[in-house]
Design a binder for this molecule. Structure first.
Ligand code: ADP
Ligand code: MG
Length: 299
């Protein structure tokens, strides 16, 4: 069997059984971050010609974005980023200046968020690779995972969807808003029951919440705010938006809206019983069942 048949998620399923389950691992594989004590850990990698093209992306943007996507995962659990490990793989012919530019991008965000670059690794490689492991901290009482959504909860999302897909996924830091402040507010409010970042698309995010929470969901496609130029399909499945998708009991909706103030917030669906599965209420009022969707490596 080839990886292209199995796909990214199939492969993770295949390899995810850990040989030694430790008691201090509160959360292992399966959420935006792992949790060990009050320490959150996440890692994300960007590979030339898979995630970006050097012709279209500046080294500065690439650096900034590589840290940004990791911060998004820490934020999705209600945490704050603290320390980063940066691994660079690059061909020998790469200009030193380019890598310095890449670091300027990483450092710009790290400075802003007070993230300490505490280590990493440097290797030669046929393609440019940036891989960051980010640590963060969270108070247990504020932790939000993908599990915890309950029947009767509404599904909320910050921002708009489909923009990167409509723009053909051109990397550019100006396209992304960091939802760290909002995630902190949501986590500390204790009004939400689960949260995820929408990196693999809105529908995929809801599927992940449903899988972890053992529930079903109905997504209202006409309520999903679309970025300029995005189709409904792009908004539902596009991905790379890094918005927060979270569930809130219906009675807490007005409270959370008030707490989030000016942030664009939409009710994009509701949690329902697991036996009903995950469906999308389309613009013609029909419910379509969904199984997958969103970006998946190898496929
Ligand atoms: P995200 O999109 O939030 O970064 P991923 O979809 O990349 O998350 O990963 C889903 C889960 O699978 C995470 O818990 C991640 O740590 C884990 N994971 C991904 N790849 C591997 C791997 N090769 N080995 C073990 N765990 C993995
Ligand atoms: Mg994530």
């Amino acid at each position: 069997v080839k990886l292209s048949q199995l796909g990214e998620f199939g492969l993770i399923e295949l390899v995810k059984k850990t040989p030694a389950k430790r008691k201090d691992t509160s959360l292992g594989i399966g959420d935006d971050c792992a949790l060990i004590g009050d320490l959150l850990i996440t890692t994300d990698t960007l590979v030339e010609n898979t995630h970006f093209r050097l012709k279209k992306t500046s080294f500065f943007d690439l650096g900034y974005y590589s840290l940004f996507i990791n911060v998004s995962d820490i934020a999705a659990m209600g945490g704050e980023p603290t320390h980063a490990f940066v691994t660079i793989g690059a061909p020998g012919k790469t200009n030193v200046k380019s890598i310095q530019q890449l670091y300027k991008g990483i450092n710009a965000l790290a400075r802003k968020l007070k993230i300490d670059i505490a280590g990493g690794d440097t290797v030669s490689s046929s393609k440019l690779i940036v891989s960051i492991t980010l640590l963060g901290k969270v108070e247990k009482k504020h932790l939000l995972t993908r599990a915890g959504a309950r029947i009767g909860d509404m599904i909320l999302a910050t921002g708009e969807f489909g923009g990167p897909a409509a723009r053909n996924y051109e990397l550019g830091i100006t396209n992304y808003e960091l939802r760290l402040k909002e995630s902190g507010i949501i986590a500390k409010s204790k009004l939400a029951t689960s949260m995820i970042d929408s990196s693999d698309g809105l529908v995929r995010s809801v599927l992940e919440i449903c899988k972890s929470s053992k529930v079903g969901a109905l997504i209202y496609s006409s309520e999903v705010p679309r970025s300029k130029g995005a189709t409904v399909k792009q908004a539902l499945h596009g991905g790379e938006e890094y918005e927060l998708v979270f569930t809130v009991p219906a009675k807490n909706i007005s409270k959370i809206k008030r707490k989030l103030g000016k942030t664009k917030l939409s009710i994009v669906g509701e949690i329902r019983t697991r036996s009903k599965g995950v469906g999308v209420l389309n613009e013609r009022g029909r419910i379509e069942a969904v199984k997958a969707g969103g970006f998946e490596h190898f496929k």
